[in-house]
Design a protein around this ligand. Sequence first.
Ligand code: PLP
Length: 475
Amino acid sequence: MQPDRTEIDAVLARFQEAISALLASLDDRPVVFPDASDIAQGFDTQLPEDGIGSAQALDRLLRDGWRATAALSGPRCFHFVIGGATPAALGADLLATAFHQVPYTWITSPLGVQLELTALRWLREILELPAAWTGVMVTGATMSNFTCLATARQWWGERHGVDVADRGLHGLPPMPVLTSGYVHASALKALGMLGVGRAQVRRCARDAIGRVDLAMMRRELEALGGAPAVVIVNAGEVNAGDFDPAAEIIALARQFDCWVHVDGAFGMFARVSPRTRHLVAGTERADSVTVDGHKWLNVPYDVGYAFTRDHGLMARAFRYTADYLPSPDDPRPTLGAVCPESSRRARGLATWATLAAYGRSGVRAVVEHCLDLAAHCARRVDDAPNLVRLAEVPLHIVSFRYDPGVLDEAQLDRVNQTIGARLVEDGRVYAGTTRYGGRVAHRPAFSNWRTRPADVDLYVDLVRELGAAAVRELR
Ligand SMILES: *Cc1c(COP(=O)(O)O)cnc(C)c1O
């Protein structure tokens, strides 16, 4: 079998009908079908010598493949922090594939480069970051943290008189990184990849929840004796949607020689609603900010945004030149020279399309819809005799546990762990557990424009039902 021009129409015709039907089923299908794992493993066959043809291969995906997916864009996925896909973003993302663009540099895709830059400017305006800041699109908040922390490392090296991208870390002291206990695992992963080391991170936390200890952070900064350091502010942590006090941390950091990075993967969207914008006050005075696209903005996977006030540092951290590549003096933008990737997907199309289609008010509407869902969930939890909320709900995550009032701590942990595991097995609703202040807790996150209050009700009812069963088994 070889690819053939005449297949394209057949492939697209088949698609349109099939995809419409599959996506229409999202509201009612389970997040996972009970036989999903078996079906997925059924794809692990021998490499075909001659191939089954595009029609058959795609039919296989549409028929069996769909049944092995997790419906992350459906209305009942509250696990991790997972967004849906707006119709405009979905369509534009399909076009990014159809148009086959590589926004590495202007000449490989004028459209891709322009839409990326314009969408980033629009986002910067929506998030109220300073006009002088620039950004770049990467695969998600992990790579955005990597990009921003690489820029921070470049700054830090230059403070020591060393171009780290050129010379490496050899001969330099360890790079101090200070943050609260809210630091996200992906920031640690990024520091590992950057050669800084996860163990360099000093968590200035005053309790088991991870809340920042500002006095301790001040002592740590003073102990550096004027040496430059990197501070990470966590704007939205994953267990309860809480925030570091950005304005206070930044005011402290500015008394020392610090680069301040804000991880606001989902939390930066608190900025768009008057109900929550106080939570991210001060983040505009940072040096770099991480924002995710595929979470609360409801753009399809994968996209994240790295913003910084110092474009020159980012360009020095990621410079990319060769005789056959665009000259660094070319006034037209080369995005592949300011971020980790060179060839890269045209992520600008989907972000541009969702902002063009729904505007600033549309972003705010989705955010406030999710705030309402979280408030609804919190009320349901508060009203249930056997559910106990563990934290305030500043944003769109609700932290709680099943607690019938007769179990000890170890039993409570066991019961809630069981509920979490059974919920995922059940598949009608997806949500996970965490440890909040050491205790096993449920932490549904509401980030999808499609979710309805009835989906939240089903979730709460299921937790109670599975909880009652898990307690009966204890006896
Ligand atoms: C999700 C998340 C990340 C990692 O984002 P990915 O998009 O999964 O790479 C980083 N930081 C925070 C606060 C997050 O919520």
